[in-house]
Write a protein that binds this ligand. Structure first.
Ligand code: CTP
Ligand code: CA
Ligand code: CA
Length: 554
C-alpha cells in the first residue's frame, strides 16, 4: 500500500555555503490531500447572478454606503479595488455596472433591494450571502470521502484524502494505468523554484541556515494521490458552478496552511497544486505575516525581534533564538515549524456558528432613546428571523443575549457598554428590544458625563441542542447560575467584551462567527436579567480585558 511509503522528509543539518541541501532522513508518515477553496469575489457573484449580469465578462461592483465591498474580476482588471468608492470606480469605468447591498428599512422587518437606501434609515442585510454560502457548503458536504471545515462565509478547507484514494483506484480500474499530471492539466502547478532556493541559500552567511522540511516524501504514489485529489477538487468546483453558477479557486497540497497560501495564486476560477518537494522553494521568499496566525502580534514581534519578513529570513534561527523573541518555547517551536511549511492540524468540522450577531453603525452619535430604539427594533427583528431559521435547521436554541454600545463605530463597538443577559423567552423582537433599551437607559442615565452612541449590536449565543418539541424562540432557559458564574474582579475594572473587527470596510452587519472570529467574553455577575450591573459601562476608549474567557468561534 502506498501509505507505507509516505514519509516525512527531514533535513536537520545546516546547508553548506554552496547552498546545497543535505541528504534527507526519512520518517514514515501518511500524506494527506488538503484543499483550501475560496469563492471568487463572492458577494459580487451573488448579486451579479441575481441581476443577470455576466460577472465573468462585465465589470461589476457591489456598493455599501458609497464604498465598494466586492469587485468582480473584469472590474479589477480595470484597476478598480475593494477599498475605493463608487465614484472612483465610475471615474475609471463610466459603464461599470453596480448595485447596493440589500437593506432593512426602519419599520419593515424584511430586507429589500432599495434603490437609494439611506444610512440614517436603513441597515445592511447579509442574508443573501449567508444563504448562498449555505448552498455552497451543502455541495461541499455532499461528496463522499471529503471532510469539510468552514473557514469563512466563502471559504473552506476540504480533506479530500479518502476521495482521492478512491478516485486513484477507480482511475486504474477504468484506464488500466495510473493517473498522471496530464490528466489534471486544468490544474496549475506551483512553479519549481529549486534554482531560486539554491541561490537564496548561497546568499546566506557562512553559518548557513537550518534547512529542514516536514513535508511528506515526494514519492510517485503520493504525487498520484495529490493528482487524484486535484480531480476530486475539480469535480467539487464543477458542481458548485453547474448547480449554483459560482466560480471559486482552490489550492491543493499536503496541509491546510500551504493550501490556503496557494489557493489565490491564480484567481479567478483556477486551482493550484503544490507538490511536497516544492514547499521550501515556495516559502523562502514568502512573507510570514501572510501565514495563518502570523498576521497579528506574533508576526510583528518576530519581524521586529529577528529583523526578517520572509519565511527564509527566519530559517537561520533555531528554536532557542526564536524563543528569545516570542518568550515561549512552545510558540517558538510552532514558529520554527510553520515557517518551514509544517502544519499538522487536522480539519475541525464546523458547520454551526456559535453566535448570531446584528450590528448597526450610524451617525450622528446620539443619546436619544427614540433613535436607539429605532435601531434596536431593526436589529431585533432581523435576529429573531435568523434565530428561527438557524434554530430549526440545526435544532439549536440560544441562551445568551448580549448588547453592546459603542461610541467610536467599529473602532471599538463596545467601549460605552457591554452586557450579557439570559435570552428572554419567548424570544420576540419586542422582548429583545426591551432588554436592549432597558440596559441602554441605565448606561445613559448612570453616566456622569454625556454618553453619545453611534454603534449598537445585539448577539445571541451559547447555543445548545433543543429538546424534542422545543421551539428555538421559546425554548426553556437554564437557570441563571448555570451560565452566569460570579467571579472575583476588581470593582474599578471595566467589563469588556471584545470582538474582532476585520476592517473598516466590513459591512456594518458582521457575519456570524466567520473568518476566525474570536470572542472574548467576560462572565458578568448578574442578579436579574434586567438588572445589569451599572459599572459595566465604561467611557474608556480601550479598556483592558480583565477576568475574561476566550471562546473560539468555530
Ligand atoms: N468582505 C467584506 N469586507 C471585508 C472582507 C470581505 O465585506 N473586509 C466580503 C466581500 O464582499 C467578499 C466576501 O466578504 O465578497 C468574501 O471576502 P474575500 O474572500 O476576502 O474576497 P472576495 O470578494 O471573495 O474576493 P476574492 O476573489 O479575492 O476572494
Ligand atoms: Ca473570496
Ligand atoms: Ca474568503
Amino acid at each position: 500500500m502506498y501509505r507505507s511509503v509516505f514519509s516525512l522528509l527531514l533535513f536537520s543539518t545546516r546547508s553548506d555555503v554552496e547552498g546545497n541541501l543535505p541528504p534527507p532522513r526519512w520518517v514514515l508518515m501518511h500524506g494527506r490531500v488538503i484543499c483550501h477553496v475560496d469563492l471568487d469575489c463572492f458577494y459580487a457573484q451573488v448579486e451579479a447572478l441575481r441581476l443577470g449580469i455576466d460577472f465573468r465578462s462585465d465589470p461589476y461592483v457591489l456598493v455599501q454606503w458609497g464604498n465598494l465591498i466586492a469587485v468582480n474580476y473584469p472590474a479589477r482588471r480595470l484597476g478598480i479595488g475593494r477599498f475605493e468608492t463608487i465614484r472612483d470606480a465610475v471615474a475609471k469605468c463610466p459603464d461599470i455596472k453596480h448595485s447596493h447591498v440589500p437593506t432593512y428599512e426602519v419599520g419593515n422587518p424584511d430586507y429589500e433591494y432599495h434603490p437609494n437606501p439611506n444610512k440614517g434609515t436603513h441597515k445592511v442585510s447579509l442574508d443573501p450571502y449567508r444563504r448562498a454560502s449555505k448552498k455552497i457548503f451543502d455541495i461541499f458536504g455532499s461528496f463522499p470521502g471529503v471532510l469539510v471545515e468552514k473557514g469563512g462565509v466563502d471559504e473552506a478547507y476540504l480533506d479530500v484524502t479518502e476521495a482521492a484514494e478512491a478516485f486513484a483506484a477507480d482511475f486504474v480500474a477504468q484506464n488500466g494505468r495510473h493517473i498522471t499530471q496530464d490528466d489534471v492539466a486544468y490544474t496549475k502547478v506551483c512553479p519549481n523554484r529549486d534554482e531560486d532556493l539554491k541561490q537564496f541559500l548561497q546568499c546566506q552567511d557562512s553559518g548557513g541556515v537550518h534547512v529542514e522540511t516536514f513535508a511528506p516524501a515526494p514519492t510517485p504514489e503520493y504525487h498520484r494521490l495529490l493528482q487524484a485529489g486535484c480531480a476530486v477538487v475539480m469535480s467539487i468546483r464543477d458542481k458548485v458552478r453547474s448547480e449554483l453558477g459560482y466560480d471559486c479557486s482552490a489550492g491543493v497540497s499536503h496541509n491546510k496552511m500551504l493550501s490556503k497560501c496557494i489557493s489565490a495564486l491564480f484567481k479567478p476560477n483556477q486551482q493550484t497544486l503544490l507538490y511536497p518537494e516544492g514547499t521550501l522553494g515556495f516559502l523562502f521568499d514568502f512573507k510570514f505575516s501572510k501565514l495563518r496566525m502570523f498576521g497579528g502580534k506574533l508576526g510583528q514581534s518576530i519581524e521586529q525581534g529577528l529583523h526578517g519578513t520572509t519565511c527564509g529570513d527566519l530559517w537561520r534561527y533555531d528554536v532557542d533564538a526564536i524563543n528569545s523573541v516570542v518568550g515561549d518555547k512552545e510558540t517558538a517551536a510552532f514558529v520554527y515549524r510553520r515557517v518551514r511549511g509544517d502544519d499538522v492540524d487536522t480539519l475541525a468540522p464546523r458547520s454551526i456558528s456559535k453566535s448570531l450577531l446584528a450590528q448597526k453603525v450610524f451617525s450622528p452619535a446620539t443619546d436619544d432613546i427614540a433613535v436607539l430604539r429605532m435601531w434596536f427594533v431593526v436589529l431585533a427583528q432581523e435576529l429573531v428571523e435568523r434565530l428561527q431559521v438557524f434554530g430549526e435547521e440545526f435544532n439549536m436554541c440560544g441562551r445568551v443575549l448580549n448588547i453592546k454600545l459603542g461610541g467610536s463605530g467599529l473602532g471599538d463597538a463596545s467601549d460605552i457598554g457591554n452586557k450579557s443577559f439570559p435570552l428572554p423567552t419567548p424570544t420576540t423582537a419586542d422582548a429583545l428590544t426591551s432588554v436592549a433599551l432597558h440596559y441602554t437607559s441605565i448606561v445613559i442615565n448612570n453616566s456622569t458625563s454625556r454618553v453619545l452612541i453611534n454603534c449598537v449590536s445585539v448577539t445571541i449565543s451559547d447555543f445548545r441542542k433543543m429538546q424534542q418539541h422545543e421551539d428555538p424562540l421559546s425554548a426553556k432557559q437554564q437557570t441563571l447560575d448555570k451560565f452566569f458564574r460570579k467571579r472575583p474582579r476588581s470593582d474599578s475594572a471595566p467589563r469588556v467584551e471584545k470582538e474582532t473587527v476585520q476592517s473598516s470596510l466590513k459591512p456594518d452587519d458582521q457575519d456570524d462567527g466567520d473568518d476566525d472570529d474570536v470572542l472574548i467574553i467576560e462572565r458578568p455577575h448578574v442578579a436579574s436579567p434586567l438588572k445589569p450591573v451599572v459599572n459595566s459601562t465604561s467611557r474608556k476608549r480601550h479598556p483592558a480585558p480583565v477576568d475574561v474567557e476566550v471562546i473560539e468561534l468555530d
